[in-house]
Ligand binder design. Structure first.
Ligand SMILES: [Zn+2]
Length: 305
């Protein structure tokens, strides 16, 4: 069993990370929980330079503690990054760039925006365990706002598929994917990648789900024509989550999420949602940190384009 080492509350957090060295040590312990092993000669003996380098005692190979993490090449103190991550995880309704800029006193809005996107990229890796037992699946359009060539804002709709685990009529974990269309070619791979075989999959009568009967699932079709209920009562859990996401996009982000970045925001939403019952703030911070140290850095350029 992995030992989970994290500050449980803000007091422990500020006591633990008082210097840059504290932050480097923490990253080191998360990246190499069994201790550093030289990638060149496999030696387990190394020493640490004053800051961010590990030097192999056998062959002299140097490894940067932050290379290959989202912190690679940052000119800002790691303590600031840690603070922002703690802050981001303690925002119950999610974090917006405007909010972050204001809270941390960043001079430029772009800095706050880029940081949040780098952190959202780290959330993508989250929760590779597939959903199980009973899962509702449906596809829906979700709004985004785009600027057209003349700089006017126009609303555009993006299609996404959503899966919601149902545990004794309560919401379990969720997964999303933005899809080009509602064909079986878009829907079935999403289901196979996100739901454990032998689970019960509940959908509406759309033909795109029909091939599910050839797969290893128990497929339950809720048919609109067979009941007087409208769509939201056929798949109530999916529809509840969709309305929560829409409210979040309109509230925290004031509807200003572009289609291009919608997937990143949905990842953040799923990350938070799937951990909403965690008792400690610190645990969310820990999960985000674990992923941040195993996520290749993305430049602002890559995020924007
Ligand atoms: Zn070596």
């Amino acid at each position: 069993m992995e030992h989970e080492d994290y500050p449980e509350d803000f007091e422990q957090f500020i006591t633990r990370f008082t210097t840059e060295q504290d932050c480097y040590d923490y990253i080191l312990s998360l990246r190499w929980p069994q201790g550093f092993v030289c990638p060149r000669c496999n030696s387990e003996r190394s020493w640490k330079t004053k800051r961010s380098l590990l030097v192999c005692s056998e062959c002299g190979h140097q490894a940067s503690i932050t290379a290959g993490t989202i912190f690679q090449g940052t000119r800002k103190p790691l303590r600031l990054w840690f603070h922002v991550m703690w802050w981001m995880m303690s925002q119950k309704t999610g974090a917006s760039a405007k909010n972050l800029q204001h809270t941390m006193g960043f001079r430029r809005y772009e800095t706050a925006w880029t940081w949040l996107h780098k952190l959202r990229r780290a959330m993508i890796r989250s929760g590779r365990d597939r959903l199980k037992e009973t899962v509702e699946v449906d596809e829906t359009f979700i709004g985004g706002v785009e600027k057209d060539a003349k700089g006017r804002k126009t609303e555009t709709k993006t299609l996404m598929v959503i899966a919601v685990e149902v545990e004794e009529k309560k919401l379990g974990r969720i997964r999303f994917r933005i899809i080009p269309d509602a064909s079986a070619e878009s829907l079935i791979p999403f289901i196979k990648e996100n739901i454990t075989p032998d689970s019960v999959v509940i959908t509406d009568g759309w033909l795109g789900y029909a091939p599910l009967k050839k797969e290893n699932y128990e497929h339950i079709v809720q048919n609109i024509s067979q009941s007087k209920d409208n769509g939201s009562e056929l798949l109530p859990h999916v529809h509840l989550v969709v309305s929560l996401i829409k409210r979040w996009l309109m509230g925290t982000h004031q509807g200003a999420v572009s289609q291009k970045h919608l997937a990143d925001y949905l990842d953040e939403y799923a990350f938070r949602f799937n951990r909403r019952l965690s008792t400690h703030r610190g645990k969310l911070f820990y999960r985000l940190m674990q992923q941040a140290v195993s996520t290749e850095p993305t430049s602002r350029q890559e995020i924007v384009s």
